[in-house]
Write a protein that binds this ligand. Structure first.
Ligand SMILES: Nc1ncnc2c1ncn2[C@@H]1O[C@H](COP(=O)(O)OP(=O)(O)OP(=O)(O)O)[C@@H](O)[C@H]1O
Length: 468
């Protein structure tokens, strides 16, 4: 277990409290944590993370960034946020990023221990993956599966693009390996963000004895070990610039060299790369070579974000609910109709990983019960939905509209001796809300986003019409 807290008193006392049950390592900042993890032989399964970390101890940003980095490194790591910055928005945002729980400080170590045990018991087993790989029948999901099927047995690389938590790993391991003619050969996955840049070259290509300090014996790398199987390079955007020509060379003619050797070797492995960054932008920014990008991206697939998968949210709900209820040997929870409508309406900015974590929490708290809209609402990160319209963009729009609106106001006032300003403003508000709902086909989240408010505010405003 990893404990990250800048207060050494807290990290030491927690590591003392949990030492009997877990192997504990501690860290005090994101930068330190990054280098610590690179030295560990095994990535921790559990992490307790404080949000306020140096250099910004009074803001949650470092903790949020750390959650993203930890999950990029170890997607199945269970992260519990332990924070003094104990407010609902932070809790929800941490969960959206992939944390499984949020605990405010001060916390009771016994409760924390229970949560830790509980989160470990919900490990997505191999059986959580259905035989067909990705769960989903929506048009973008069908398109993806069709494309993956077409590319399955080609020898060329495939680039998988998609947001964090959307299922890129399954696309690679299931459709581009297990379902291919290479299925009997090795499947090796390397997360380029998880390894110190200096170690990436020997890890990928191997090294000769004496190639660098500590290289006491020669060693093969991933290209060699993958043999004629599949090599999955996750977070390819993290590949250092100086290593990129070497990858390009393997892609072009299969040739590579172990570090410290002059003799070339030949790789017959198939390369699959994945990224949650826009690689074209990385190319424009000079961080990724254009020639390598073109080589990698001849066959590109896009794993859709959950917000574009419509009713697949219900299929995924039922898939994970059954899996985790079975695992916990408890009856599944149900959503009442209003909660189900909300479920279909929520954008899941953290994608399937967020959905899965919400199902885990609901299973732990409400097994066998019916979950209400309010209970479900508490799980969602509504802050993500708000403020998508930047103030500057909104100001520009308002300035453009002002002249037209002023003309309408002159017209209205000159035709009426007196008006009610409040009633007029309410009419405007109502017409904007109704227009937004119409343009969003009744989807509350989308309408709220168009209006630059969060969905709760939208509900409240609409309810206030009924009260008047
Ligand atoms: N369509 C899906 N059906 C079933 N499970 C899914 C689906 N999409 C994602 N998952 C599950 O959600 C979790 C996150 O998915 P995965 O690790 O593949 O995401 P990713 O796109 O590789 O994310 P990252 O870029 O953060 O590594 C995993 O447990 C995965 O099994």
């Amino acid at each position: 277990m990893l404990i990250v807290d800048d207060d050494s008193l807290i990290s030491e006392s927690l590591s003392f409290a949990f030492a009997q049950e877990f192997d504990v390592v501690t860290s005090h900042s994101r930068a330190h944590c990054r280098s610590l993890l690179r030295q560990l032989r095994q990535i921790p399964q559990l992490a307790l993370v404080d949000l306020g970390l140096p250099p910004l101890p009074h803001r949650p940003d470092e903790g949020f960034a750390l959650i993203g980095e930890l999950l990029a490194l170890a997607p199945e790591m269970k992260i519990i946020v332990l924070s003094g910055q104990n407010d609902d928005d932070n809790a929800r945002h941490a969960r959206t990023l992939g944390a499984v729980e949020f605990v405010g400080k001060p916390c009771d170590p016994a409760r924390l221990a229970k949560l830790l045990r509980q989160s470990l018991s919900f490990s997505p087993p191999q059986s959580a993956e259905p035989p067909s790989g990705l769960v989903g029948e929506s048009p973008p999901m069908q398109r993806l599966q069709l494309q993956l099927g077409q590319y399955a047995n080609l020898a060329f690389p495939v680039l998988i693009e998609g947001e964090s938590g959307s299922g890129k790993d399954i696309a690679a391991s299931h459709y581009l390996h297990r379902m291919t003619e290479r299925r009997e050969k090795p499947f090796l996955a390397l997360n380029c963000a998880a390894i110190s840049p200096t170690l990436l070259e020997p890890t990928l290509f191997g090294y000769a004895r004496g190639a660098f300090t500590g290289a006491t014996a020669s060693k093969s790398g991933y290209f060699e070990d993958a043999d004629s199987g599949t090599l999955f390079l996750d977070e390819i955007g993290e590949l250092p610039l100086d290593l990129q020509p070497k990858l390009l060379r393997v892609l072009e003619n299969g040739e590579y060299q172990r570090v410290g050797e002059t003799q070339s070797r030949i790789s017959t492995a198939r390369i699959i790369a994945a990224t949650n960054r826009d690689l074209r932008q990385e190319v424009r920014a000079g961080r990724f070579r254009a020639d390598l990008y073109h080589r990698l991206s001849v066959f590109t697939v896009n794993v859709p974000p959950l917000r574009e998968m419509g009713p697949d949210r219900l299929l995924l709900l039922s898939h994970f609910r059954n899996t985790f209820a079975h695992q916990a040997q408890r009856p599944p929870f149900q959503l009442d109709p209003a909660a189900e409508a909300l479920w279909l309406d929520y954008a899941f900015p953290g994608n399937v990983r967020e959905l899965r974590n919400i199902v885990i929490r609901l299973t732990a708290r409400h097994a066998g019960q019916t979950v209400s809209k309010e209970q479900l609402l508490a799980e969602f990160d509504l802050g993500e939905l708000a403020n998508e319209n930047s103030p500057a963009a909104t100001a520009g729009l308002i300035a453009n509209d002002l002249e037209q609106t002023r003309k309408a106001a002159i017209d209205h006032l000159s035709k009426n001796a007196s008006i009610s300003l409040d009633a007029t403003l309410e009419l405007w508000e109502r017409s904007y809300i109704e227009a937004a709902l119409e343009l969003s086909s009744g989807n509350m989240s989308q309408a709220a986003r168009r209006l630059g408010i969060n969905r709760t505010t939208l509900y409240n405003r609409m309810q206030s019409w009924n009260r008047r």
